[in-house]
Ligand binder design. Structure first.
Ligand code: ASP
Ligand code: MG
Length: 403
């Protein structure tokens, strides 16, 4: 007998039909001899609808009231899922985040989990019931809190850790984690096993299957999980700590982000503190910066080039402009859109040559690299967006990812 946490995302519980399918899967899992805790999201679109309604009444809704509102989405799903289970003869009971003992900080709309007691989850399981828990929500001093968008993933992973589940299954609308976007590369392959680190790099580089915070949490507390589809019975992708069998693999996947902009800050004073001032100002407005390059210009002046999500480029430009005038001058301009392609693989830690192979393959097809950045397990190149699909296919081929 295994203790299994199953998390169902918004599309998996989108409507009455989908909830019935979830209930059948839970029933089958129990009949196979397992204990099951189910964590659910709000039905797809519901959280966005609630936000829209709030903003229609007040452009700056209070964060505490926002949490009272947004937690409603998941509460609807736990009740409906539990009722669906009852209808097919499965003993089950619902629990809100608070009832499951999920204690968070009092930072409304972006609370952090401080502790999970599990409430009476174990006791209910031992009475033969499935326990259906609301994702995304917790409580702080009796106040309802939420964990940030996509937070149900984090709820599921954290509960799996707290009750020491044997496995946490994240059910979604894709079959697992692929070597790259199958819409771009026809022969992209589902990855069987991947490390937390690689999963995080793929997520931060644009392959968004799961909330990054949830993966970080799983990595920190070593909670293995599986990403799989609720629309079929195919095995998914197992995400866990690095294992020996992964060592032969140099590159695990490619992530593509076509929606980035290059920003150039030129003629800034070449002295300590200038870069800090620029990037601190961007952090203040929560713009995520990547691929930073600095070069020395003339006469004690320097240039900084970096990438930001295209949607943030205008805000970033304005903010940097303000900061430059207070810090000895300089110019800022937003250049063209670029695409970032990241090659990710834990095998790179101990092998050289991946970068050379990548640059060679792109050069052979006349694809010009504008910027490069690397980490221990990732190489990212910035190229023209029009060339992104072709470049992805070339790299997928050269690193034999289809095999
Ligand atoms: N319902 C929340 C959201 O849409 C949490 C989740 O789905 O994970 O962000
Ligand atoms: Mg989600």
């Amino acid at each position: 007998m295994a203790l299994i946490v199953q998390k169902y995302g918004g599309t998996s519980v989108a409507n009455v039909e989908r909830i019935k399918v979830v209930a059948e899967r839970v029933k089958q899992t129990i009949e196979d001899g397992n204990q099951v805790v189910v964590v659910v999201s709000a039905r797809s679109g519901i959280t966005n609808q609630l936000i829209e309604r709030a903003k229609a009444l007040n452009p700056h809704p209070d964060d505490r009231e926002m949490d009272v509102l947004l937690s409603v989405g998941e509460q609807e799903t736990i009740a409906l899922t539990t009722m669906a289970l009852h209808a097919i003869g499965v003993a089950a009971v619902s629990r809100t985040g608070a009832q499951a003992g999920i204690t968070t900080s009092l930072a409304h709309t972006r609370a952090r989990i401080l502790d999970i007691s599990g409430g009476d989850i174990k006791a209910q399981l031992n009475q033969g019931k499935a326990v259906i828990v609301a994702g995304f929500q917790g409580s702080a001093d009796g106040h309802i809190t939420t964990l940030g968008r996509g937070g149900s993933d984090l709820s599921a992973i954290a509960i799996a850790g707290a009750i020491q589940a044997d496995i946490c299954q994240i059910y979604t609308d894709v079959d697992g984690v692929y070597t790259t976007d199958p819409r771009v590369v026809k022969n992209a392959k589902k990855i069987k096993e991947i490390s937390y680190e690689e999963m995080l790099e793929l997520a931060s580089s644009g392959t968004k299957v799961m909330q990054s915070r949830a993966v970080e949490f799983a990595s920190k507390f070593n909670i293995p999980f599986e990403v799989r589809s609720s629309f079929n019975n195919n095995p998914g992708t197992i995400v866990k700590q690095e294992v020996a069998s992964m060592e032969g693999v140099l590159v695990s996947g490619l992530a593509v982000d076509k929606n980035q902009c290059k920003i150039v800050v030129s003629d800034i004073p070449d002295k300590p503190g200038t870069a800090a001032a620029v990037f601190k100002s961007l952090a203040e407005i929560e713009v995520v910066v990547d691929m930073i390059i600095q070069n020395i210009g003339r006469k004690g002046l320097a240039n900084l080039t970096f990438t930001v999500p295209a949607d943030d480029a205008h805000r970033a430009e304005q903010k940097v402009n303000e900061i430059l005038s207070e810090n000895g001058g300089g110019n800022v301009s937003v250049l063209d859109k670029i695409a970032k392609i990241s090659i990710v693989g834990i095998g790179m830690k101990s092998h050289s040559g991946v970068a050379a192979t990548c640059f060679d393959a792109l050069a052979a097809e006349e694809i010009n690299i504008q910027m490069i950045s690397t980490s221990e397990i990732k190489i990212t190149v910035a190229i023209k967006p029009e060339q992104a699909n072709k470049a992805t296919q070339i790299l997928h081929d050269v690193f034999n990812l289809e095999k």
